[in-house]
Design a protein around this ligand. Structure first.
Ligand SMILES: Cc1cc2nc3c(=O)[nH]c(=O)nc-3n(C[C@H](O)[C@H](O)[C@H](O)COP(=O)(O)OP(=O)(O)OC[C@H]3O[C@@H](n4cnc5c(N)ncnc54)[C@H](O)[C@@H]3O)c2cc1C
Length: 402
């Protein structure tokens, strides 16, 4: 074991790869195991926030990211009568002085950027899952199963990171049954990339159709057709998995007044094969503690805030950077490092958990009253966006004049 610094990372997602990179920089030897047979590419639209940009720079991956933030994009809030109201979009959230604005990408773009660095510094074993974790002194013994052939081996590590997503196995084994930690939000999502632009919409523009209990968002990209996010509220998640996703979706939006546009979008969804779209229930993860001994949870496995937060990728990278920093700051005392890391990271997650409750209502209002409040909020947002754009235009004009 290289100087007692061998770390097992379970999960080859954004959190897992970020942890591999940050810990390798801190002198650790990372091994990633992943249940899937290979890498996941493409996927859904991800807004990447300034805090994420800062973390990506610390990881040395920022320049590897291919962003697809559309230039000159406008967002249209489509009302039930078909009126299009110019509105602030997801990417119009205020910029940070140091890091700039939010960037748009596909999840796979971030994955690819991380992989460009991770591939040279860590071992990745696909088709592999943990099935037992046993901590003895400074060492954690992990039984790993190759799910392709059923072979099992036990290996020793000095740290185990559970970065295996909402339905984490590491959490099941070390912290207890998932029912304790996974909290259903009573919502569903279906997200996919369009193969062709949406009729009647400029390629660089986005739309949102946000009605009580159901919404459709179209996120434009600079160099690809847009991605679509459908999200709707439900009483019971299980009932949403008994039929083909396309049949559920057509039923949920069946009486929408925007038949022509939705028809074109759903026809494209219907042509997609398995793995070309994401269809899932929305769940958050809440744990009182993210670490136990030398096992620590990271990313969605630890704190999933849901897609409504828009902070999953950002918080995964920030968490990984801060974890390695805390470990480097307490050499030889991993338990103290994990405690310090958790104490430092919790306020950020707590803050975004609260903000997410409001953001969820912006994505998909849960009552008529909230829908009206959302509408007012968007009007206020439109006014401040106008003001911001006017100020930007003035400062460009005055710097040109100077
Ligand atoms: C539709 C949608 C839109 C989103 N939009 C945004 C956004 O705008 N901005 C943003 O920042 N975030 C967004 N997110 C959230 C963001 O994508 C996630 O928070 C982030 O990707 C989580 O990364 P992760 O590595 O923690 O988990 P995951 O991506 O879930 O990775 C976990 C990995 O662990 C593997 N695994 C699972 N179980 C095992 C096991 N037993 N053994 C080995 N491997 C295992 C899985 O196969 C997977 O590869 C969005 C999410 C969705 C679904």
């Amino acid at each position: 074991m290289a100087d007692g610094k061998r770390v097992l990372i379970v999960g080859f997602g954004l959190a897992g790869m970020s942890a591999a990179i940050s810990l390798q920089k801190a002198g650790w030897e990372p091994v990633i195991v992943e249940r899937a047979p290979g890498r996941r590419r493409g996927g859904y639209f991800v807004g990447f926030f300034p805090e994420g940009k800062k973390a990506a720079k610390a990881l040395g991956v920022f320049d590897k990211f291919h962003f697809r933030t559309p230039k000159g994009t406008e967002t249209w809030d489509i009302r039930p009568n078909g009126d299009r109201l110019w509105s602030p979009g997801f990417l119009d959230q205020p910029a940070d002085e140091e890091q700039g604005g939010i960037e748009g990408a596909l999840r796979g773009d971030l994955e690819e950027g991380l992989w460009q660095v991770a591939k040279d510094i860590c071992t990745v074993r696909f088709n592999t899952v943990p099935c037992a974790i046993d901590e003895r002194g400074d060492v954690v013994n992990v039984r790993l199963r190759d799910i392709a052939n059923g072979a099992e081996t036990t290996e020793s590590f000095n740290l185990v990171i559970g970065a295996d997503g909402v339905r984490s196995t590491v959490r099941d084994i070390v912290f207890g049954p998932r029912e304790k930690f996974i909290k259903p939000v009573n919502s569903m999502i279906c997200a996919f990339e369009m193969d062709a632009p949406i009729p009647t919409l400029e390629a660089r523009d986005g739309i949102m159709i946000c009605e009580v209990d159901r919404a459709l968002w179209v996120f434009p990209l600079s160099d690809k057709p847009p991605t679509v996010l459908l999200t709707w509220r439900v009483d019971d998640d299980d009932s949403q998995f008994t039929r083909r996703p396309i049949d559920v979706v057509r039923e949920v939006y069946g009486d929408s007044p925007h038949k022509r546009m939705l028809g074109a979008i759903f026809d494209q969804l219907e042509r997609k094969g398995e793995g070309e779209y994401l269809y899932d229930s929305v769940n958050k993860v809440q744990m009182d503690r993210w670490h136990k001994g030398r096992v620590v949870m990271l990313g969605d496995a630890a704190w999933c805030l849901t897609l409504y937060s828009g902070m999953g990728a950002t918080s995964a990278m920030k968490g990984a950077v801060e974890l390695a920093d805390a470990i480097a700051a307490s050499p030889g005392d991993i338990l103290r490092a994990l405690r310090d890391w958790e104490a430092g990271m919790r306020p950020f997650i707590r803050k975004h958990r609260i903000i997410t409750m409001m953001k969820a209502e912006v994505f998909v209002p849960s009552s008529r009253l909230r829908s009206r409040l959302r509408h007012q909020l968007m009007r206020m947002g439109t006014r401040s966006l106008l003001k911001r754009r006017r100020n930007e235009a003035c400062s460009i004009m005055s710097s040109e004049a100077a």
